[in-house]
Write a protein that binds this ligand. Structure first.
Ligand code: BG6
Ligand code: MG
Length: 218
């Protein structure tokens, strides 16, 4: 085995494409509030917490709201989002993800999820892959959002692996920065121009094995 011992995975955009469901739920709320919210705007919400996402939507609509009302609308959005998540099927897992996780475990790596989503455990359950992770750090366990490294540091600590022996898999720039802020290497899932700074880039977990990644990072 390599000098790397822990693998930390973002959820949305790495394991499963939930961005489309977040969009549908936010869009419904934005319409109710008379705010024009587009798919392009939705890009800004990737990797961002639920409350911060809503604040961005309010900024787009040039609106202000009390903290109490913001909480109320976030709860409402989540109820709509959960309706989609309850219907999430196993085959919506992104290509190659399951094989990658199973193989990495067989090779002795420790695996953790590091996600801003408070719904992460439910999503993993729907996809029937909860058991493939040794530890799950979700949005309920962190107080600081990416690019703060808290979510990945907690993941590494839960795995009992030093930060510098962890590799982070991320599709959002803030997530790549979070990895670096924690002293970890980052594999960018996506195009190099969208994720500058990541030590390597792949289009998805189907595109490389853990051995190939480690060989490149080492
Ligand atoms: C991140 C998504 O993983 O989770 C964001 O990329 C989302 O778009 C955030 O806002 C919080 O998700 P949830 O499920 O707690 O509302
Ligand atoms: Mg993501």
């Amino acid at each position: 085995m390599s000098e790397f011992k822990g693998l930390l995975f973002d959820l949305d955009g790495v394991i499963v494409d939930t961005a489309k469901y977040h969009f549908l739920a936010w869009k419904q709320l934005a319409e109710e509030l008379g705010i024009n919210f587009t798919e392009k705007d939705n890009e800004r919400l990737k990797g961002v917490s639920r409350m911060r996402s809503f604040e961005i939507i309010l900024e787009i609509g040039n609106r202000e709201m009390s903290e109490e009302d913001k909480e109320m609308y976030c709860t409402k959005k989540n109820a709509v989002y959960l309706e989609y998540i309850k219907k999430l099927r196993e085959d919506e897992i992104l290509p190659g993800v399951k094989d990658f996780l199973v193989h990495a475990r067989e090779k002795g790596y420790k695996l953790a999820l590091g996600s801003a989503s408070k719904n992460a455990p439910l999503i993993l359950n729907q996809l029937k892959i909860s058991d493939l992770f040794d530890e799950i750090i979700d949005g309920t366990k962190v107080s600081k959002a990416k690019p703060d490294p808290e979510v990945f540091c907690k993941g590494a600590e839960a795995l009992g692996v030093p930060y510098e022996q962890c590799i982070v898999f991320e599709d959002a720039l803030a997530g790549v920065e979070a990895a670096h802020n924690g002293g970890m290497k980052a594999v960018g899932i996506g195009l190099p121009e969208n994720l500058p700074g990541a030590e390597m880039h792949i289009p998805g977990l189907y595109a490389a094995t853990i051995e190939e990644i480690v060989a490149k990072l080492g």
